[in-house]
Design a protein around this ligand. Sequence first.
Ligand code: IVH
Length: 682
Amino acid sequence: MSSSDGGQVQERIESLREQLNQHNHSYFVLDDPQISDHQYDQIFRELLELEEQYPQFQSDSSPTRRVGAKSDSSFAEVRHAVPMLSLNNVFSSSEAGEFDRRIRDLIDVELVEYFVEPKIDGLAVSVIYEHGRLSLGSTRGDGESGENVTGNVRTIRSIPLILRTETFPSLLEVRGEVYMSRSGLHELNERQKELGEKTYMNPRNAAAGSLRQIDPKITSRRPLDAMFYSIVRCEDQPMPKSQFEQFKRLSEYGFKVSSESVLVSGIDACLDVREKLLGKRDELDYEIDGVVYKVNQVEHQEQAGYVTRAPRWAVAHKFPAQETTTVVLGIDVQIGRTGAVSPIARLQPVEVAGVMVSNATLHNEDEIKRLDVRVGDSVVVRRAGDVIPEVVSVLTQQKKDRGAEFRFPSQCPVCGSEVVRDAGASVNRCTGTLICTAQIKRGIEYFASRSAMDIEGLGTGIVEQLVNSSLVQNVADIYRLTEKQIIELERMGDKSARNLMSAIEKSKQTTLAKFLVALGIPHVGESTAVSLARRFGNLDAVRSADAEVLEGVPDIGPIVAKSISDFFRHEHNQNIVNQLVELGVQFAPSETDVVTDAKDAPFRDKKFVLTGTLISMGRSEAKKRLERLGANVVSSVSKNTDFVVQGENPGSKADKARALDIEILMEAEFQNLLSDMEQADN
Ligand code: IVH
């Protein structure tokens, strides 16, 4: 284009900017991308080139300018026109009830309308828009004044650079929370580890550390996100009259708001919402440390007023803490089924998020070194979700007069075999595979577990005795046990002995998939076992397959293929498998094995991923029906996925599918397809 085409160029630039803003909003705010990353990049590149060629049209609000120049060494101070308050906390239903009673007295209403929001664990920001354009972003600081972090706030893709409404207030100031998703933190920490840089303990620290980087380039590479919850100034347009209206207006302006927020009547309904969110806490991809109850009507808020630094009309009802401190009483190692030697901290028992904890994992040798944890140290332990509690950090101010550094054992404390660590691996392993009673015991427990041979009653205590008394030295010995031998075990009554005998007998009738799980082949879990059973149909075919053939099975890559073929080449393993079959283990064809034997199963070898809630059928029904048609239902989306079935409230899998251009079936389409195929298959 020549310079005489200025008008056209400007139009094109504006159109490209609008497209990018639109797609940014779909992707980062609505979680509903409309185009592929590649298409986005193309538009972005065209805009970048035009802006370079025609500098007269450059603008700070252009999506190409999310990452600006580095500021000086520190952030300038910003005084907040409206102070940034904090919230008072309540910790129990009765305290919440008292809060509600005070409110009812203050505003003289019998049933108060509350807007309930999750309390996101990040850090508060205030963002100002002048004539629709982002002009200032600041941290809370002491509430009266904070730091100017505009350059960094601009890098957060879910925060609009230009408001998305047709008309703008001349000035708008909004407040919200900058946070990092759990998956974002995980990725960041992996990257930091690779670079040998510091890792972050929790999403809040990571968000704070990232927002306060002097160089916006660094911030822009951090997976930050932001959710907004209030409008504190809005000039030339009417101020919203309620919390709920603020919520809707924020969303219209293009901000991300929490889909968990709800309008309710009365405190009991608030408590119900909290209960529900507490149950969902671990499913959310961001950390919440409670819920906030806010009097909905602004008029009522004003009536209720403020105490020193917090509103009287709102309160945070906290969840039980997921972190607490305690003392390390000892450091032990445990030997796993595959010989992995895992260090465990024995703790002074302490309650974390409602559960008594007396052991916490220290992960591996490197982690112990990084933490430099020693017996007697005060440590922070954390229980997030249903994961095993872990030691997060050592309280440094108490690091005085300590015991010796922990030395990772070079010999297995159980069998005395050498403990080795493969180059590049983080795990130390006991090399005594066949003689290590710890490995044997864990292997037998695993063999008997629900998803393997499912022998009810063969738990840790009994396995311990059976192995210690040499009655059982390998899994085949289980089927050689007599009732008399079992009765002689400690704490074993006649009836329990009979029950265990019959559970052992019953377990002989199994499926090929469960048997393959039971063998404990490294890297072979339930879903790989099902794929193997389906592809080969019988044990002999599986054990004679070489690595190359195995690699042809859906979901099996070179490492897993090699692991399977190595396992069956090993003489000891061959022996055990033969003995098990001789002792009467039999494989009834399972529902899924049968189906896929049919070469022309309509979905043969097709990979499906399910995401969100299906209304018309449960997930397991959908899975069963798909598998009956020959499909593989896998848990994560990759470029090899054929279809993603999307139910209500889909997760990030749907986004990923769109990004990879994988066909998405909405529930209704999916239902139709299923019933068509099932009819064709009959
Ligand atoms: S409202 C006037 N709502 O919690 C009310 N705060 O202790 C001021 N926070 O500094 C805050 N989620 O960083 C509010 N839905 C939410 C919140 C929330 C997280 C944080 C915010 C604030 C702190 C108050």
